[in-house]
Design a protein around this ligand. Structure first.
Ligand code: GDP
Ligand code: K
Ligand code: MG
Length: 276
């Protein structure tokens, strides 16, 4: 059996550099079907397992607003990779983790590659990767794709994690009252619309429906009753958060990330501060 590994991250997080570090043979370069977005695949090197690495277009979120986002999202939903390597520019960690909180909803095993650690170390910031794993529910490895450090550790972690079928522990990203609304809406979907988007991971399906995601709206075919049910869930979230649904969900994600980063990082030395 050949494992399918997806390399996912923001633009400029170092994906191409890491892809070149991780692959050696059987390189394939082409286009994604129907679009002129480049597709690259190669065998993961330095492992006894048979694994293909697929480089997905760089994205900031799983919202379907650009061709890159649509290509990446469809691949993740339709092809169901065995594992995601989530590359994170660790010098810009909070912004990069925003995508991670969405990838987590896909319920796919994941390893976080904290890239640009050569840059981060120079600023005197230390990241506690054990604490990161506790908070976010998947393992993190510090790397520098450019200096080629941490690559062997990353490959070992991928080998270890690829046979786990889901995230070890799903973290509580949203506050309990919001999670309750999600759970109630999930139950409603399963009872009332059992045929609806059956291949979507459950939390992803709930959030995308409540967000009235464009691609999902196309698929639900103007189902008036379902749209009314979505409207009720949206109202509840708006009342609880005092925000519109999109900014409420984005806000909760950022709060979870900021809290997590405050716990898992510390500044060990002050740089560039002259003596008084
Ligand atoms: P992509 O857009 O995600 O494919 O990112 P690239 O691989 O093209 O990298 C973006 C820029 O960051 C390039 O100039 C790389 O040389 C640089 N880069 C990638 N990884 C590292 C790293 O670990 N450390 C440093 N300092 N620069 C890196
Ligand atoms: K780039
Ligand atoms: Mg690239």
């Amino acid at each position: 059996m050949k494992y399918k590994i997806a390399l996912v991250g923001n633009p400029n997080s170092g994906k191409t550099t890491l892809f070149n570090c991780l692959t050696g043979s059987n390189l394939y370069v082409g286009n994604w079907p129907g679009v002129t977005v480049e597709k690259k695949e190669g065998d993961l090197r330095g492992t006894s397992k048979d694994m293909t690495l697929v480089d997905l277009p760089g994205i900031y979120s799983l919202a379907p607003y650009s061709m890159d986002e649509i290509v990446s999202r469809n691949f993740l939903l339709d092809e169901r990779p065995d594992l995601i390597i989530n590359i994170i520019d660790a010098s810009n960690i909070e912004r990069n983790l925003y995508l991670s909180t969405q990838l987590m909803e896909l319920n796919c095993p994941m390893v976080g590659a904290l890239n640009m650690m050569d840059v981060v170390k120079k600023t005197g910031v230390e990241i506690d990767v054990r604490e990161m794993e506790k908070i976010f529910g998947y393992p993190f490895i510090e790397i520098s794709a450019q200096k080629e450090t941490g690559i062997d550790e990353l490959i070992k972690e991928v080998e270890k994690t690829v046979d786990i079928k889901r995230l070890k522990e799903f973290p509580q990203i949203f506050p309990p009252d919001i999670t309750t609304i999600f759970n109630e809406f999930d139950a409603l979907i399963q009872n009332k619309y059992p045929e609806l988007l059956p291949d979507y991971p459950r939390l992803f399906r709930v959030i995308k429906l409540i967000e009235k995601d464009e691609e999902v709206l196309l698929k639900i075919d103007k189902n008036i009753e379902l749209l009314a049910d979505i409207g009720i869930a949206r109202k509840k979230i708006e009342m609880l958060s005092n925000h519109d649904v999109d900014s409420a969900i984005a806000d909760y994600r950022y709060r979870f990330i900021t809290d997590g980063i405050n716990k898992a990082t510390k500044k060990t030395k002050e740089q560039n501060i002259p003596f008084q």
